[in-house]
Every structure is written in C-alpha cells, then in structure tokens.
Design a protein around this ligand. Sequence first.
Ligand SMILES: Nc1ncnc2c1ncn2[C@@H]1O[C@H](COP(=O)(O)OP(=O)(O)OP(=O)(O)O)[C@@H](O)[C@H]1O
Length: 344
Amino acid sequence: MNALGYVAEVSTVPIGEILRRYPLAVDYLANMRLAGVDETKTLPEILEDVDEDMLEEFGLDREEVIYHFCAFLEAFSRAKGSDEAISSVTILGGRDKTGRPEMVELTITPGEVVSIVGPTGSGKSRLLEDIECLAQRDTPTARQILINGSVPDADKRFATGGKLVAQLSQNMNFVMDLTVQEFLKMHAKSRMIPDPAAVVEKCFAVANSLAGEKFTLDTKVTQLSGGQSRSLMIADTALLSSSPIILIDELENAGIDRREAVKLLVGNEKIVLMSTHDPLLALRADKRIVIRNGGIAKVIETTAEEEETLHKIEAIDSVLLDIRNQLRGGGIVAKESIPEFQEK
Ligand SMILES: Nc1ncnc2c1ncn2[C@@H]1O[C@H](COP(=O)(O)OP(=O)(O)OP(=O)(O)O)[C@@H](O)[C@H]1O
C-alpha cells in the first residue's frame, strides 16, 4: 500500500486509535509539535485548530501534513518487514504486451538470487512490481504470484504492518524531516531490536562505506543525494528489515559500490530479485530471467563457464571504475591508464 492508501484511515479514525495501531506515529506528532492533542479527534480535525503560522514553520499546509503523516506511516510499515519465514515464491506466467501467453512457472527459494535482464522498456520493473503487490492476475501482465505454493491471503497482500517484500526502487524519496540517526533509531525501535544504538552505528557505517560522498549521523535524510539515500536504504534493508523477499531495481544507477551492496543483501537467506543492465550483477545471480516485450522469454541458470568469466569482467569493470573516479575527481584520463583491448 502506498502513502495515499493511508489517507482514508487517517482522515476517519481518531488519532488515539491511530497511535495504538502505529505506535511510532507518536514520534511524528512530537516532531510536528502535536504531542498531547485530543485523542478523540482525527488528524484533519486536530489540524483545523492548529495555527497556520506554526504549520508554515514546517513549510507545509494542512493537506500536506496529512499526506506527510501518511507517507511516514507507509515508510515505517514498509521498512518494518515481516518476521515470517517463507519457503518459496512462485511466478506463474500471464501474457506479454501483445497478449501472447507466458509459458512460465518459476519457483525461487531463500538464498537464491535472480537477475532480470532485457531491453529498456521491456518490462523488468513491471515484473518486480508484480511480485511487490503479490499480483493475482489483476495487473497488466495477468501474472500470479504464489507464496509457499499457495495464493497469499488478502491480509498479506495489503498488509500495513510487517511486509513480505522490501523494495529498493530507483527513486527513494524521503518525506520526513529526520536526521539519519533519528531515521535509523526509529526503525530499530519499531523492530524492537535489543541493542538499537549498536545497530544504528553498524547501519550508518555500512551505508557510508557504500556511498561515494560521506554523510554524517546528523545529516537530514531529505538532504541525502540519490546515491547516499540508496546506500542508507540498502544498509537498512540488509541489517534492519526482516522482509524475506528483496526486490532491487537497477542498483547500477545508484552510483554506489554495487558489488558490496549485493554481497550485503544476499548474505541473509533471503530471496533476492534484481533488475539490471549491468553484466556483473546479471552474472552474479544464480539465475536470470530474460524479459522481452513484457513477457518472460527465458529463464537461464548461470553456467560454470559464465561464472569463470566473472573475474575477467570484474577486471574490465575496475578499469572503468578507476576512469570514473578520475573523472569525478576532476582528473584527466591518461592513455596509459587504459589497457590494450583488441579493436573491433
Ligand atoms: N506484459 C505486459 N503487458 C502490458 N504492459 C506491460 C507488460 N510488461 C510491461 N508493461 C508495461 O511496459 C512499460 C515498460 O515496462 P518497465 O518500466 O517495467 O520496463 P523496464 O524493462 O523496467 O525498463 P527500463 O530498463 O527502462 O527501466 C510499463 O508501462 C509497464 O507497465
């Protein structure tokens, strides 16, 4: 469920009940200086009585506060994950963009990494979205997703609490005005982790090791760059989220250490699916799904020969990485820094 999915609930349910359903909301209200309000009123009713000047201080009008609050509930429900162990995810084929049936039944088990490859616009993100919403023949692809071989209950599909699926999409938008430390602490608290301070430190250190330009614990999450916020979410997903399924959309666009990021994400017996245009990431997976014209055209197991070529591809990749770093640092690329390849 996205943020808008919470608007009806937030608009009709008294804030006292909202706080019982989402205990972390108390931190949001305190942040907005709305602690100690009449709990029998709904948020829109409470905002009616709030001085507009005070809201202006936050750069928000009443409607925006409601949306902001919903986005907060959504972000923490998503990040919370699910403590449920699952044994498999099955993709049952639907149809491609021309309506041709997809003759596929693919089961993925914990510890497996599956990459999704295909031309731009072929439907890689769509497949991730189908898994994210546990599609039941009700999306444009008409695919069906089974969990542990069965149709998932409706409460799993529309869960507002622990979710089975954690998604790292290309655009991470933080709408909360929290520092990195507050964000991680709140998340650790929501998972009832025994030593939240240690986990916050670890998450922060890992996120910073993935990001190019370093940030501090006091940096506001809204001020993080695209790569920094993805690094933070990767560390958070790997170390704090309990969702057993992780979906990653084009990690290569994040401008971060993607090899380390994948290593971190696949280490925990999770099911990982990642769409990618990057040969290194594609070949690091156990299997790859080839998408063509909106449909799954093939599922290929990474061969031993392909695995052997990985170190060669890594060598090419590190040459490119060096050049990228030189350019980023304002340097000039010397001819001799590029190894000789056979001209085509
Ligand atoms: N089987 C299908 N039936 C109908 N529409 C589809 C199907 N598969 C994908 N689409 C639609 O095609 C469009 C492009 O798909 P998508 O964004 O998933 O491509 P992509 O491979 O992720 O592209 P990129 O590599 O540029 O990120 C989307 O609007 C998506 O909903």
